[in-house]
Design a protein around this ligand. Structure first.
Ligand code: NDP
Length: 333
């Protein structure tokens, strides 16, 4: 038996979420079973657990789009019992039981061997948010944005993706402007590597099709009017990576930045990202992330605390990353 958070549909069409003891026989199909040590609470998990977003595709569902732990049993070539691994996306917590549980069973091709530089706890301190930040930064580099190109702007800077993006960009030598709705977080954002702070409200005042050209690159977690303002404020040939919708799904922009300044808008998807790019992203995270800086952005909780943390996260009450302890023996940082 193992403990898990379970989301079930009610006869009235709503959902209830509770902690349950489940049997390994109930786990979904897959050729690898993992003893989970750490999971995290991502924005998407919060939407699933609170029922505020259409994340869960089938019920009952164990939420959790990511986790890290040790392989308990495997018939997958190249993956052996005892090996530490990381799971991100592929539908975990959406249409396949996910990581907010003491066990997951998944197809082995979904798993990434844990980079040697990280403990399972450190990997989940980064989690899908950190791995997505890395995908954004890799896309900026792939599109030719270098530290000499000009400053980079990061939105949602006090959140999971944003805080890791600040760390990565500053480590790579970029000048980084942090956009935040929490200006009181300025000292923490500067410690992570922000060189300038821009209140979100100031960015939202940039509503013309083209604004003053300010940034060479952008990492955007917000979408909506925030993404539109960023596009309008990019330098000639600037590159915007868009990964999130914290401000909404809409994109109230014009084509002016694209046709008059040659701006590139790059979409970032972590869920179905090809295996090779995942491996490269995790490897680069291992090279760039300073584990001591992770301590400053994590809060540790356990399974019974997850529901409260999920609604706090959607209410904007959480800074940085929420780490969920699943196995008492999870590696320490
Ligand atoms: P968090 O909740 O940790 O952080 C989101 C941050 O966005 C908040 O901390 C806040 O930062 C900012 N924010 C909140 N509300 C608004 C708003 N209305 N307008 C502008 N900014 C706002 O979430 P994550 O960092 O984990 O995820 C961020 C986004 O990225 C989510 O939409 C998530 O779904 C998406 N995502 C997408 C992935 C992909 O594969 N494409 C993978 C991972 C995440 P501040 O107060 O500093 O402004």
């Amino acid at each position: 038996m193992f403990r898990a958070l379970l989301i079930e549909k009610t006869p009235e069409g709503g959902q209830i979420v509770h902690e349950r003891s489940l049997s390994e026989d109930q786990l979904p199909e897959g050729d690898v079973t993992v003893r989970v040590e750490w999971s995290t609470l991502n924005y998407k998990d919060a939407l699933a657990i609170t029922g505020k977003g259409p994340v869960v595709r089938s019920y009952p569902m164990v939420p959790g789009i990511d986790c890290a732990g040790t392989i308990e049993a495997s018939s997958h070539p190249g993956l052996l019992a005892g090996q530490p691994v990381v799971l991100n996306g592929w539908g975990a917590g959406e249409n396949h039981w996910g990581g907010l549980a003491e066990r997951v069973r998944v197809p082995g091709r979904w798993l990434i061997p844990l980079p040697a530089a990280f403990s399972t706890r450190q990997a989940m301190a980064l989690g899908t948010a950190g791995y997505t930040a890395m995908l954004c930064v890799r896309a900026l580099i792939r599109e030719g944005v270098t530290p000499k190109s000009g400053p980079i702007v990061v939105t949602g800077a006090s959140g999971g993706v944003g805080s890791v993006a600040l760390m990565l960009l500053s480590k790579l030598g970029y000048q980084v402007t942090a956009v935040t709705g929490h200006p009181e977080e300025e000292p923490a954002l500067r410690r992570l590597g922000a060189t300038d702070i821009l209140p979100r409200q100031a960015l939202l005042r940039l509503t013309r099709p083209l604004e003053k050209a300010q940034w060479a690159g952008a990492v955007d977690v917000a979408g909506g009017a925030v993404l539109a303002a960023l596009c309008a404020s990019m330098q000639y040939h600037g590159v915007v990576t868009a990964c999130g919708l914290a401000a909404g799904m809409a994109f109230p922009a014009t084509v002016a930045p694209f046709i008059l300044r040659g701006v590139t808008l790059v979409g970032i998807d972590s869920v179905h990202c090809p295996h090779e790019e995942r491996l490269a992203a995790w490897q680069q995270l291992a090279e760039l992330v300073d584990p001591e800086k992770l301590d400053g952005i994590i809060k540790e909780i356990s399974l019974p605390d997850v529901q409260k943390a999920a609604s706090d996260l959607l209410d904007g009450e959480i800074r940085g990353r929420i780490l969920v302890r699943l196995a008492a023996s999870g590696n320490a940082l």
